[in-house]
Design a protein around this ligand. Structure first.
Ligand SMILES: Cc1ncc(COP(=O)(O)O)c(C=O)c1O
Length: 393
C-alpha cells in the first residue's frame, strides 16, 4: 500500500463539525465521533498540492472552470463508471442537497408529492418539508437483515398521491444497498409510466465493495437519461465536503433549463475556486488512492463483522454493499429509544447517528461511520462491548 490510512490525524480544534460541535449539540465532550459522513483521512497529496498551488497565487477573484475541468470529470465517470457524459449535461452545484432543493423547486409546486424510501439520509425529508411539498414514503423492507424495495407499494403510492418526483438514494445511505440494474429498472419503468421525474443521488457511488457493482441510473435506458437528474460529487469520495462542489448531470434540455433558472432565482453565482481545483485534481490523480482506501475500508468492515460475531452478537451488522456507513441493528437488546441513546452516548461514549433520524424503520438502529483508522474502529467496539456488558449491572 502506498497510502497509510492507519495514521491518526488530530481533528479537534479545526472547527470540524464532527469533532468540535459536541458541546453545542449536547453530546458528551469525550464521546468518540463516528457520526457525520466525512472521513478522518487526508485527501490525496495531489489534491493538497493543487490547493497549495492556487493559494500561493493569493488572488481569489471570480473563477470559472474551462474545458480541462470537464475533461477531468468526464475521465472519472468514463473510467470508474463507464458513463460517457456530455459537456452540456454538467451543471456545477455547491452541494448535492442544494441540487435536490433546486430540483424540488424546479419540477414541483407547493403541496405536490415527493417520494423517498425511508430510512434514508435525513436531509431528503427536511428539504421536501421546508419547501412545503408533501412527503410520501415508500419504506424499504428489512427481511432478515437484508433490505429491498417494496415495488407494489412504490407504484400504489405514486398513483394514490400523484407523486411528481422520486428521490433515489443510490447507493443507499444508511442501509448500504447498492441497487442492482434489475431493481433500478423496476422503479425506473414505473416512474416513466406515471410521469415521475427521478432525482438520483449517487454521492456514494465510488464506495462499492467486492461483489457489487454501481449502476448509474441514467445509464440503464435512454428514457431514464431523459427523465432524471443525476447528483454526484467528489466530496464523499475524496473527503472534500467543506469545499462545496458537486456535479449535477441533466441530459434533458427542458429539465436542465428549469434547473438553471431555479439556480438563478436562488442567486447562485460562479463556483468556489477551491472546490473546482480539488475536484479536478482528485478526478485526474485520485484513482489509486481510492482503490487503496476501499481495501482499507473492507478491512475495517471485516474487523467489525468478526468482532460482533465473536464478542457482541446482540448487535447485528447489516452487511453494507457500498458506502463507508455501517447500519447496526441493536433491536435484540430490547431497549427503547432513550435507553439506546443512553447506552451509546453515555455508557459507551460513542457518538453515532441515531437510526430514528433517518425516518420510520430507523428505530433501534445506529449508523456508524467507519472511514477512520482501524484503531478507532477497535476502540469504538471495545467501548460498545463494555457498555452492553454494563447493562446487566
Ligand atoms: C446520500 C447523501 N446525499 C447528500 C449528502 C450531502 O451532500 P452535500 O454535502 O453535497 O449536500 C450526503 C452526505 O452524507 C449523503 O449521504
Amino acid at each position: 500500500m502506498k497510502y497509510n490510512f492507519d495514521e491518526i490525524i488530530e481533528r479537534k480544534s479545526t472547527n470540524s463539525v464532527k469533532y468540535d460541535l459536541a458541546e453545542e449539540l449536547g453530546k458528551p465532550a469525550d464521546a468518540l465521533p463516528m457520526w457525520v459522513a466525512d472521513m478522518d483521512f487526508q485527501t490525496p497529496s495531489e489534491v493538497i498540492d493543487a490547493l497549495i498551488n492556487i493559494s500561493r497565487h493569493g488572488i481569489f477573484g471570480y473563477y470559472q472552470s474551462k474545458e480541462d475541468y470537464f475533461e477531468a470529470v468526464h475521465h472519472w465517470f468514463n473510467t470508474r463508471h463507464g458513463w460517457d457524459v456530455k459537456k452540456e449535461w454538467l451543471i456545477k452545484t455547491p452541494g448535492v442537497i442544494f441540487a435536490l432543493a433546486m430540483a424540488i423547486k424546479a419540477y414541483t409546486n407547493e403541496n405536490d408529492a415527493v417520494m423517498i424510501q425511508q430510512p434514508v439520509y435525513h436531509p431528503f425529508a427536511e428539504t421536501i418539508k421546508v419547501n412545503n411539498r408533501r412527503l410520501v414514503n415508500n419504506p424499504l423492507v428489512n427481511k432478515d437483515g437484508k433490505y429491498r424495495m417494496d415495488i407494489e407499494d412504490f407504484e400504489r403510492k405514486i398513483i394514490e398521491n400523484g407523486v411528481k418526483l422520486f428521490v433515489l438514494c443510490s447507493p443507499h445511505n444508511p442501509v448500504g444497498r447498492v441497487w442492482t440494474e434489475e431493481e433500478l429498472i423496476e422503479v425506473g419503468d414505473i416512474c416513466l409510466k406515471h410521469g415521475v421525474i427521478v432525482v438520483s443521488d449517487e454521492i456514494h457511488a465510488d464506495f462499492i465493495y467486492d461483489g457489487h457493482k454501481h449502476t448509474i441510473f441514467a445509464k440503464v435506458k435512454p428514457e431514464y437519461l431523459d427523465n432524471s437528474i443525476i447528483c454526484t460529487a467528489p466530496s464523499k469520495t475524496f473527503n472534500l465536503a467543506g469545499l462545496q462542489i458537486s456535479n449535477t448531470f441533466i441530459a434533458n434540455k427542458k429539465l436542465r433549463d428549469k434547473f438553471i433558472l431555479e439556480m438563478k432565482r436562488a442567486g447562485t453565482g460562479t463556483p468556489n475556486t477551491m472546490g473546482i481545483v480539488a475536484c479536478q485534481a482528485a478526478y485526474l490523480y485520485g484513482a489509486q488512492w481510492l482503490d487503496e482506501l476501499i481495501k482499507y475500508l473492507t478491512g475495517n468492515l471485516n474487523f467489525i463483522r468478526e468482532f460482533l460475531k465473536e464478542r457482541l452478537p446482540q448487535i447485528k451488522l447489516v452487511e453494507p454493499q457500498g458506502t463507508y456507513l455501517v447500519w447496526l441493528d441493536f433491536r435484540d437488546l430490547n431497549l427503547n429509544g432513550e435507553e439506546l441513546e443512553d447506552l451509546v452516548l453515555n455508557r459507551a461514549k460513542l457518538w453515532l447517528n441515531s437510526g430514528s433520524i433517518f425516518g420510520p424503520g430507523g428505530e433501534g438502529f445506529q449508523r456508524m461511520n467507519i472511514a477512520c483508522p482501524r484503531s478507532i474502529v477497535e476502540e469504538a467496539l471495545l467501548r460498545l462491548e463494555r457498555a452492553v456488558k454494563s447493562l446487566n449491572n
